[in-house]
Design a protein around this ligand. Structure first.
Ligand code: PLP
Length: 399
């Protein structure tokens, strides 16, 4: 599931068809030149490029007062955000069962408990009514995920949070760029938002992430905890006027800083983020049109005027479909097409299932969606011929 690409089919000489991977990063000459520049500069860990990447990222979001904190993964960013909000033992954090385990595992790092809730079948995003029903006196925070790149119902979630005194940290790993009621995810009224630059995300630094917040105290804490609980990061340490060797350790922090090599990739990828979104949306529209007459549920669409990042293109087999999901995926692989499932819900994984005695019947919408869903290849390096090849294979299988 986390593989960044498939491989060519070995020995498929007679077929003479290469394997179409599920995902591929789109790295151009600009990224390569920026990385080479970094390597030649002599500064390879966190330094001027990471700092520039943070500034460019807040400029991309386009609102004053945003702090952007570069980290080496979204997992790290989620951990830092919840840590800075003071989440700890005895607390509960509410999130969706229909996500990658990173969203929830960071809560356990802090010794707090996870309350998994079901999704809204219409959007595949966390169901606000289920969030409200899961609130207890121990609840401290909600972590919505903008699943596949479609904004979660943030007005409803922020309203629940306000009424119950809860914090909100958005898992925006899929959501660059996504808008919610016309505003970019990252500029909404939550406490923090975390983006991922993992290899298969909409922009990539190989591994990397960005924590964004308007809360100056949260930002200060996250910057300290990002690098060992030291009160300066390496760049400040070597350039500030204070004695260059001096720092203070104020907490047992983490090693979550983003390297300048990775930030170099990010600087150039970010410039392409809007164009990448256009390409992804165009491919999604081609798929939508081609599948209109098939026994499929096509992906939920954004509200009119809103932008979907189209990180994933998720199909669900309709009730009357003539084939089961697992067989469908096998047939696509037989046709040389990589695909995946997002996600095996957390309530089915042994750790989460056993830790919280979870049953599928507690999450009927997620369970039903999971049993019928698959994600098709959707990335900027796909040619029109690649898209048509996927369309043709899907049509043949469902005929
Ligand atoms: C990819 C992903 C993450 C983790 O991102 P990393 O940068 O790999 O740590 C978290 N949540 C969701 C929903 C993701 O898809």
């Amino acid at each position: 599931m986390r593989a960044e690409s498939g491989s060519d089919t070995p020995g498929a000489m007679t077929e003479a068809r290469t394997f179409l991977p599920f995902a591929l990063p789109d790295i151009g000459d600009e990224e390569i030149a920026e990385v080479v520049d970094t390597l030649k500069s002599g500064w390879v860990t966190t330094g001027p490029k990471a700092q520039r990447f943070e500034a460019d990222f807040s400029a991309f979001l386009g609102e004053p007062g945003l702090h952007a904190i570069a980290v080496n993964s979204a997992t790290a960013g989620l951990h830092l955000a919840l840590e800075a909000l003071g989440i700890g033992p005895g607390d509960e954090v509410i999130t969706t069962t229909h996500t990658f385990t990173a969203t929830a595992e960071v809560v356990r790092y802090l010794g707090a408990d996870v309350r998994l809730v079901d999704i809204d079948a219409a959007t595949l995003n966390i169901d606000p009514a289920a969030v409200e029903a899961a609130i207890t006196p121990r609840s401290r925070a909600i972590v919505p995920v903008h699943y596949a790149g479609l904004a979660a119902d943030m007005p409803a979630i922020l309203d629940i949070a306000r009424r119950h005194g809860l914090k909100v940290v958005e898992d925006a790993a899929h959501a660059l760029p996504t808008t919610c009621a016309g505003r970019l995810v990252g500029t909404l009224d939550s406490d923090a938002t975390v983006f991922s630059f993992y290899a298969n995300k909409t922009i990539t630094t190989g591994e990397g992430g960005m924590l964004v917040t308007r809360d100056a105290a949260l930002a200060r804490r996250a910057r300290v905890m990002r690098l060992h609980g030291m009160n300066r990061d390496a760049f400040d340490r070597y350039t500030a006027k204070a004695p260059s060797w001096y720092y203070e350790v104020v907490a047992p922090g983490f090693k979550y800083n983003l390297t300048d090599i990775a930030a170099a990739l990010g600087l150039q990828q970010l410039k392409k983020a809007r164009a990448f979104q256009h390409t992804r949306a165009r491919i999604a529209a081609l798929y939508d049109a081609a599948f209109a007459d098939l026994p499929l549920l096509r992906p939920p669409q954004p509200r009119s005027g809103d932008m979907h990042a189209w990180h994933l293109y998720v199909l669900r087999l309709a009730d009357g479909a003539s084939i089961e999901r697992d067989r469908f995926i096998e047939r696509l692989f037989d046709a040389g097409i990589g695909c995946s499932v997002h996600y095996i819900p957390l309530h089915l994984h042994p750790y989460w299932r056993e830790r919280y005695a979870l049953k599928p019947s507690q999450f009927p919408q997620s369970q039903k969606a999971y049993e019928r869903m698959l994600s098709l290849p959707l990335y900027t390096r796909m040619s029109d011929a690649d898209v048509q090849r996927v369309v043709a294979a899907v049509r043949v299988i469902l005929k």
